[in-house]
Design a protein around this ligand. Structure first.
Ligand code: SGN
Ligand code: CA
Length: 505
């Protein structure tokens, strides 16, 4: 009897130990954070010590992309490992996430992981598959934000959003069941428009000047869709909402939620800027340059709060002995424009918005200080994390685990498929396309009907659309073939119909 008990105990303990060995997962997804503003990517704009800490302790992805450069769609792709036309969340205007479908979170939960999502969610419906969640309604607020709670209530929490999301995350980690591995997703609101920094960070970039990107005054020659957008720093950024000048208290720019102390610090800071602005009487190019400087200062000051809180969660892992057995991924939901082509915002299949920053630490598997230049997508996050957790990847997931790429340098994609749908805010025409290491083919439809082709080696900033140029015909034909194959492979019927109806083919 005693012997049986001993063996049973041994069996139980070894089971518990192997369960313990499965890595914890911490996925941090920020909003609209540009790689151009991350020092690990070579940015001179600011030091991002904590994001760099993840990169230095693991790998930096130089070629990580999204399938549809927008907040809700990107999160839906990350969760499901499926393209927007399959998971159903195509754009922010009309989509609601069908939470009954499968996700990597549900698979992890079924396999003994404790799961939670804290912060920005932006998928409209109630999160499913989580042991715990506490999320911002919609875009959420920077100051004293409301949170949606699991019991259906709404709770207002005092403070600045990035700090609060981190506090809730640490509190959840403190109270989790330590017998199980965890998967925590921290969804940050920063650095989304309208870039309201923590009052503690106001003015942190006031002594820094910002050279304009060389393509800031792009005239979009040869790019019809680009010429029709509404996302320029010169014209689209608003004086009150975005640049915080002459703010009328009736305009809801996030100030109404502030308490008197926050409001005083805010007013003290922006009042001086408004007075200085009034005195200068700027117009034309000088006004545009001033707008650019203000945009950069607010954006980067908002990024400081994000950065600091990434540092806090890394410190938490260190002080609780969790760093060694926790995979940490930091990524943005998409890339963002820091004035390139004269823009802010995202949406395009052009590099700045299509590519997203992504760094990953995976002790024991990924060598610290590695660089990965293989093509990966947000579509691959779900299968990769399941692979790392030793959970079978459902066959209908469309992404691929990038662990073979990290472990054996085995490429997982030779070409990437992209499809953007929203036809509204910022007036970007819907489009789909394919990108290989060197070339990019884009088909715009609905708003603008046109094709674009870029040689990224000779034209990395995509200023010269060479679609239709004779010398590129063989390459264009090859990419068109690859595009059709990918459309078939991923089952994008809408794109297939557009291709079939296109007279230029
Ligand atoms: C809001 C912003 C847009 C932004 C979208 C989508 N306007 O509509 O500038 O592109 O969100 O962003 S605002 O006036 O409300 O700030 S996303 O990150 O959710 O996709
Ligand atoms: Ca976003």
């Amino acid at each position: 009897m005693q012997k049986i008990f001993f063996w049973l105990l041994l069996l139980f303990c070894s089971g518990a130990i192997s369960a313990q060995k499965r890595p914890n997962i911490l996925l941090i997804v920020s909003d609209d954070h540009a790689y151009q503003a991350i020092s690990a990517y070579g940015s001179k704009l600011m030091q991002t010590r904590n994001i760099d800490r993840i990169a230095h302790g693991g790998v930096i992805f130089k070629n990580a992309f999204v399938t549809n450069s927008l907040c809700g769609p990107s999160r839906a792709v990350i969760l499901t490992g499926k393209y927007s036309h399959v998971n159903g969340f195509k754009d922010n205007d009309h989509s609601r996430f069908d939470g009954s479908q499968d996700s990597f979170i549900k698979e992890l939960q079924k396999n003994g992981y404790q799961t939670s999502w804290i912060g920005k969610w932006h998928l409209e419906t109630t999160p499913q598959g989580f042991d715990f969640w506490q999320v911002l309604p919609g875009q959420g607020s920077y100051y004293n934000p409301d949170f949606l709670m699991m019991d259906g209530s709404k709770k207002r929490i005092d403070g600045y959003v990035s700090n609060i999301i981190e506090d809730i995350s640490e509190n959840w980690l403190d109270h989790r069941d330590t017998r199980k591995p965890f998967c925590l997703v921290i969804g940050h609101k920063a650095t989304h428009r309208n870039w309201l920094p923590d009052t503690a960070d106001l003015g942190k970039f006031d002594h820094q000047s910002f050279p304009l990107p060389h393509d800031f005054f792009d005239d979009y020659t040869g790019r019809k869709a680009a010429s029709m957008q509404d996302m320029t720093i010169a014209k689209t950024l608003t004086m009150d909402y975005d640049l915080k000048i002459g703010t009328n208290d009736k305009a809801d720019i996030g100030l109404k939620r502030m308490n008197p102390a926050q409001r005083k610090r805010y007013d003290d800071y922006y009042k001086k800027i408004a007075d200085d602005f009034d005195a200068r009487k700027l117009s034309g190019k000088a006004l545009t340059e001033w707008k650019y400087e203000r945009y950069m200062r607010d954006y980067l000051s908002t990024a400081i709060g994000l950065e600091r809180n990434i540092g806090r969660v890394l410190d938490y892992l260190d002080t609780h002995g969790l760093s060694k057995n926790t995979i940490v991924i930091y990524m943005s939901d998409q890339g963002f424009y820091m004035g390139e082509h004269g823009w802010f915002d995202k949406r395009w299949m052009y590099e700045e918005s299509f590519r997203t920053p992504m760094v990953m630490r995976y002790p024991g598997v990924v060598k610290p200080g590695s660089t990965c230049s293989g093509l990966v997508m947000n579509l691959d996050i779900a299968p990769t994390l399941l692979d790392a957790a030793g959970v079978q990847i459902p066959k209908d997931m469309q992404g691929k685990s990038f662990l073979p790429l990290l472990k054996k340098n085995m490429p997982i994609h030779d070409a990437l498929y992209y499809h953007y749908y929203e036809n509204g805010t910022h007036s970007v025409s819907p489009h789909f396309g394919v990108r290989t290491k060197q070339y990019k083919l884009i088909c715009f439809y609905e708003k603008v009907n046109s094709w674009e082709f870029y040689d990224l080696k000779t034209d990395p900033h995509e200023m010269h659309n060479v679609y239709g140029k004779k010398e590129y015909e063989p390459k264009i034909a090859l990419l068109r073939k690859r595009l059709k194959e990918l459309i078939d492979q991923y089952g994008d019927k809408e794109a297939l119909t557009i291709l079939q109806e296109d007279k230029s083919l």
